[in-house]
Design a protein around this ligand. Structure first.
Ligand code: CMP
Length: 153
């Protein structure tokens, strides 16, 4: 089963949307396997967003991501990296389709509520930044047999 890193950003907390959006992932049948609340420091922001540090929007991104706590999580599930990205929608809430999380709740490119890994490599890297192996709690939901047929596993 794949894992992905999902972070509920400061705008998500400030707007009281963490529970509602987390529920969407649970309702989809994804498994929450790790969760912690923390404040992203400027150093942590530079590590997480290393590929964006040289971009013109980075200063604003760092101010935003350090402005209030975040909730860092790991979800597992079949094709979970793509599935979560599809559920989020386009980076900008203005372009994200209705029915996606950003399409329903965001009108911003920066304040797009939730970050999720975009590949297997970035999922491994991002999970490793925020969690240790002992933070992971793999579990088998009793209802798993009603979420997928055995032939799909
Ligand atoms: P995320 O999926 O966390 O990855 C990088 C983040 O940078 C992105 O979501 C947005 O919050 C932010 N971002 C991306 N592009 C821009 C931009 N052009 N201007 C400001 N912020 C951006």
């Amino acid at each position: 089963m794949d894992r992905t890193f999902v972070m509920f950003k400061p705008d998500c907390l400030e707007r009281g949307l963490v529970g509602r959006i987390l529920s969407r992932f649970e309702e989809k049948g994804l498994r929450l396997v790790a969760m912690k609340m923390l404040r992203v420091t400027p150093a942590l922001a530079r590590q997480h967003y290393a590929e964006h540090v040289e971009k013109p929007f980075y200063h604003s991104l760092e101010e935003f991501i350090t402005a209030a706590p975040v909730v860092a999580t790991v979800f597992s599930g079949p094709e979970v990296i793509r599935v979560v990205r599809d559920m989020l929608g386009a980076t900008s809430g203005l372009n994200a389709l209705p029915g996606t999380i950003r399409g329903d709740h965001s009108s911003s490119r920066q304040m797009n509520l939730v970050h999720a890994s975009d590949s297997l490599e970035s999922a491994k890297r991002e999970i490793g930044i925020y969690f240790t192996p002992s933070d992971m709690h793999d579990w088998d939901p009793a209802l798993a047999c009603w979420l997928q047929a055995p032939s799909e596993a």
